[in-house]
Design a protein around this ligand. Structure first.
Ligand code: NCD
Length: 308
């Protein structure tokens, strides 16, 4: 039986092509056998803790559903009422929880360094579900999975990532994972939302979404992350909509384009609300596939625990 090359899921760059394919084939199996009543025993009675110290709806709930479907005992850690507020460090808190028997941690934290620190200090597998603006591996995985389900082999397919790249861990994860799968990736954003290390990635940069649409099979929109911007930051909403928004008109004029967005969406800014229902808009598939991909990751990391 094939297994994941890692015992934790910390960063997208850690995933080999074999790891990606293994995760996708497991996710596909879960998807094909899906029924709301089917429960598996892969993680039966294993205590898995979700530790989210940044807001989350989709990711947290989809991990919760995924772990429950695999038979785990899912525990939710409420960081606002924990003794961290008395000064105990995040690592100490998780070590305490590990001593109480928690067997796996799913962690979101605003500090980029947290997942690595946990990996180095905990035996229980850690799944990074978002560390600051740096990485969000399961989002990159589910985006790639959705695209494969929709169009098959991704090699040579052209995707443009549009929007607030500066603050986006989703963009950074996708750059790594989609590139590993052979996609041609470009970006499109206002100058003040560009990646700081843009050049090292050698990415094509389109000035506006109309230019991007001419050269893309897929447009991946990103949320404008106001909460990560300095209060004085001027988004320039009217200009943004003019140059970077997926409007109904643009969508209708590009019949074959596929549109993605990790959510939550600022409707009317990144995307017109009525497009959500369209067949070529993959947002609801991103949400539903997130469960299957997270089931695959949890199952595979669970298999690595048993072998230790
Ligand atoms: C993203 C995140 O939290 O990084 N959302 C998600 O996981 N579905 C993107 C975002 O917040 O804009």
């Amino acid at each position: 039986m094939r297994k994941l090359s890692k015992t934790h899921l910390i960063g997208s760059p850690d995933l080999t092509l074999e790891d990606l394919n293994l995760i996708f084939s497991n996710a596909r199996e879960f998807k094909e056998n899906h029924s709301p009543r089917v429960k598996y025993g892969y993680l039966k009675d294993l205590p898995i803790m979700l530790v989210f110290s940044e807001p989350s709806t989709r990711t947290k709930l989809s991990f919760e559903i995924a772990a429950t479907r695999l038979g785990a005992d899912v525990l939710i850690f409420d960081s606002t009422t924990s003794s961290q507020s008395k000064g105990e460090s995040f690592l100490d808190t998780l070590k305490t929880l590990e001593s109480m028997g928690v067997a796996m941690f799913v962690v979101r934290h605003s500090l980029e360094s947290i997942p690595k620190l946990l990996q180095e200090n905990l035996n229980a597998p850690v799944i990074n579900s978002g560390n600051g603006s740096k990485d969000h591996p399961t989002q990159g995985l589910l985006d790639a999975f959705v695209l494969q389900e929709k169009i098959g082999d991704l090699k040579g397919k052209r995707i443009t990532i549009v929007g607030d790249l500066l603050n986006s861990r989703v963009a950074r994860s996708n750059l790594v994972i989609l590139e590993r799968l052979g996609m041609e990736i470009a970006i499109c954003c206002p100058d003040n939302m560009n990646l700081p290390y843009n050049n090292s990635h050698n990415l094509t940069h389109y000035e506006n979404i109309d230019e991007a649409l001419l050269h893309s099979d897929i447009i991946m929109l990103l949320r404008i992350q106001k909460e990560r911007m300095a209060p004085a930051f001027d988004i320039g909403l009217d200009d943004y909509r003019k140059d970077f928004s997926m409007t109904t008109k643009r969508f209708e004029n590009n019949k074959n384009i596929l549109v993605m967005h990790p959510g939550p969406v600022n409707y009317g800014l990144e995307l017109d609300a009525e497009l959500y229902e369209k067949e070529n808009c993959l947002i609801s598939q991103q949400v539903s596939s997130g469960v299957f991909v997270r089931m695959a990751v949890l199952k595979l990391l669970g298999e690595n625990i048993k072998k230790r």
